[in-house]
Design a binder for this molecule. Structure first.
Ligand code: VGL
Ligand code: ZN
Length: 233
């Protein structure tokens, strides 16, 4: 058989990626008003402007049309959440504390459940499910798979129910929730792809470090969306 006559190369057919039959999923991480400059978010990430969000939405729509399983993650905190500096007397934003034997960064209050800037800004109709995280006031949850107390979300179940074996991860922020979600996906046994130009990071240093750590874990980091490369990975 000629090597060109395989799966995605056959015209007019949408075949499952790889011989395994497993599907490819997408996790759009925390594209919410509070993380954007567009909506004057309380924890706005540099470069997360309207054009960025529109690009994420257009790409997600295209992947949905290609048959990928689209999932979202949504930071969804109660007002008394441990990660808010306002809940620690005498603390300022971005200071850290030691809690449960971990370093907790103290963020400005953000993504308070039920508020306008906690909404997912990408067309909600695209998602099979939007997994909420960070709801326990005692624990932070950068990962969409589990919180810092080790309590799992429904993300893994939803992916398995949809026969997903490979996940494409992008969104906000590269150095926190995108990284933690991608690393946990890899730990859960998924093949993982991160698309760099569909992510924005809180700070350059931690963003570069996050990209290196993800690559070292075997995660494929693409500069731009490339469905052919994703299908071949
Ligand atoms: C995030 C800090 C606090 C994120 C969420 O989505 O990356 N960062 N909560
Ligand atoms: Zn948060």
């Amino acid at each position: 058989m000629h090597p060109k006559n395989t799966r995605a190369n056959l015209p007019g057919h949408k075949l499952p990626d790889r011989a395994s039959g497993g599907k490819t999923g997408v996790i759009v991480v925390d594209v919410q008003g509070d993380f954007t400059t567009w909506k004057n978010g309380s924890l706005a990430v540099g470069g997360a402007d309207e054009a960025y969000v529109k690009k994420v939405e257009a790409t997600t729509k295209a992947l949905s049309r290609e048959g990928l399983a689209i999932l979202g993650a949504q930071d969804w905190h109660p007002v008394d959440h441990v990660s808010f500096f306002t809940n620690h007397e005498g603390k300022k934003p971005f200071e850290t504390i030691q809690i449960h034997d971990r370093t907790q960064i103290l963020w400005p209050p953000h993504c308070i459940r039920g508020t306008e800037n906690a909404r997912v800004l990408v067309d909600n109709n695209l998602f099979l499910a939007i997994v909420k995280k960070g709801q326990d006031p005692r624990y932070d949850s950068y990962s969409a798979f589990q919180d810092d107390g080790g309590v799992r979300t429904e993300m893994d179940e939803v992916l398995k129910r949809n026969m997903v074996q490979k996940v494409v991860v992008y969104g906000l922020a590269t150095d926190y929730c995108v990284k933690a979600t991608a690393m946990d996906a890899a730990d859960a046994g998924y093949r993982v792809v991160v698309v760099e130009d569909l992510c924005r990071g809180v700070a350059p240093g931690t963003t570069q470090k996050a990209l290196e750590e993800m690559k070292a874990k075997g995660i494929l980091v693409l500069n731009t969306m490339d469905l052919k490369k994703i299908r071949e990975f």
